[in-house]
Design a protein around this ligand. Structure first.
Ligand code: NAP
Ligand code: SF4
Ligand code: SF4
Length: 377
């Protein structure tokens, strides 16, 4: 295992961190297969992983309890423990104390090493900022209930920069992988945080697993390269090649994945990839990007739709399904996260949007195709 010394703070962490969000289950997401999950976490720690990341809500609230159990028998002392404040449950100051106390109990520990405000976006940041979350964090540090204070993030680059500028954070956690260089915080956000001396932890290094099982044409490209590496190895080495990254969290769901990723992490050096190899990863990225069925540039000129259809989002989700040959996440968002009026199925075929689309897309026809592919059958 390779380690990276964090900037400013007294912590040297393993280049691979264990993300406890995709643990093995016995069916439903909240029924964690305890023996298997504990075996995986302890195997990882026995082989050098010293950073375990969980959150209040993972596995229906069971992940923290499981991690607490896995870290018994001396494992807690070998581990930096990270968990997150569910900011969506914070509506008044006292909620923060109450949630942290609950988490300490669930994790059966007297302190959290890395404590994050979970999944900040424009609105949630403003809300907790107004409630004095920064002063609260300082107080929790003084009380030694948390050691390092940070946030995880899912919104646009401007919002990321604003949050970074608002406080002298110990660390932050962003979604980053070779497909997401221009998405959310992206590469610019990574450099922005790093140049301000803020440690960056990476989540979704395999884009939630999609980069681990590429569609056939991308896989053929990987197999055709002179150096033989698995899709996972390419994706992780590409990340570890960055000096700006402190650790990569992998949400491993089997012991085999833990073993494979630990083996790859032995090579986790800055500069491990040559210029030619970096160019090859860029080719992989372009191959994924080329797999796009609808030529929507996400410009938004077609909006607003008088009936509330979110045209660019519908096309984005459809293209994601085609790009990764994986419909799980797009279908989930379409059916459970989008409002009904936003969905492609709500198009009333008035045609207003088509007069405004610079790509001259047949939006009405395409929305029918999207609905057919994404709506719950
Ligand atoms: N704070 C936040 O807002 C937030 C959001 C997302 C994630 N996170 C944290 O970051 C961690 C990492 O994110 P992530 O879980 O999305 O990571 P990820 O590495 O992008 O995706 C994890 C998935 O990749 C696949 N995988 C991993 N190693 C593999 C291997 N060796 N071979 C084949 N497939 C492999 C598995 O898919 P299968 O299970 O399908 O096999 C696994 O479930 C999470 O676990 C969580 O702790 C935080
Ligand atoms: S055609 Fe459909 S998506 Fe386009 S503006 Fe009319 S209702 Fe909205
Ligand atoms: S105007 Fe056309 S290209 Fe732009 S977001 Fe709408 S559908 Fe996509």
């Amino acid at each position: 295992m390779k380690y990276r010394k964090m900037n400013k703070i007294d912590a040297t962490i393993s280049s691979l961190g264990f993300g406890a969000m995709r643990l093995p289950t016995l069916g439903s997401d909240s029924q964690i297969d305890e023996p298997k999950a504990i075996e995986m976490i302890r195997y990882a720690i026995d082989h050098g992983v010293n950073y375990v990341d969980t959150a209040y809500g993972y596995h229906g609230g069971q992940s923290e309890i499981l991690v607490g159990k896995a870290l018994k028998d001396g494992y807690r002392d070998k581990t930096y423990l990270a968990t997150k404040l569910p900011v969506w449950f914070v509506n008044k100051k006292e909620d923060m104390d109450q949630l942290l106390n609950e988490q300490l109990k669930k994790l059966d520990t007297d302190h959290i090493d890395f404590y994050l405000l979970h999944a900040l976006n424009k609105e949630s940041w403003q809300k907790v900022y107004n409630l004095g979350v920064l002063e609260w964090g300082e107080r929790m540090k003084e009380k030694n209930l948390i050691r390092f204070f940070g946030f995880s993030f899912h919104d646009d680059l401007d919002t990321f920069k604003k949050i970074i500028d608002a406080y002298d954070w110990d660390f932050c956690q962003i979604q980053y992988n070779y497909m997401d260089v221009d998405y959310q915080a992206g590469r610019e956000g990574l450099l922005y945080a790093y140049n301000k001396g803020i440690n960056v932890v990476i989540m979704e290094p395999l884009r939630g697993g999609r980069l681990a099982r590429p569609p056939k044409d991308v896989m053929d490209l990987i197999n055709s390269y002179k150096i033989k590496r698995s899709p996972v190895e390419w994706a992780l080495l590409w990340l570890w090649n960055h000096k700006e990254i402190s650790t990569i969290l992998s949400g491993m769901s089997t012991l085999e994945q833990v073993k494979e990723n630990i083996e790859i992490a032995d090579k986790a050096e800055v500069g491990i990839l040559s210029q030619e190899e970096l160019e090859f990863v860029e080719k992989l990225r372009l191959a994924f990007l080329g797999r796009k069925a609808i030529d929507c540039t996400q410009c938004g000129y077609c909006m607003p739709c008088p009936y509330g259809v979110n045209i660019p989002r519908n096309f984005f989700l459809y293209n994601e399904g085609i790009r990764y040959d994986d419909w799980g996440a797009p279908r989930w968002e379409y059916n459970y996260s989008m409002r009904e009026e936003e969905r492609a199925g709500n198009c009333q075929e008035c045609g207003v949007c088509e007069t405004k689309c610079p790509q001259q897309l047949p939006i009405r026809e395409l929305l029918k195709k999207v609905h057919e592919a994404l709506a719950q059958k």
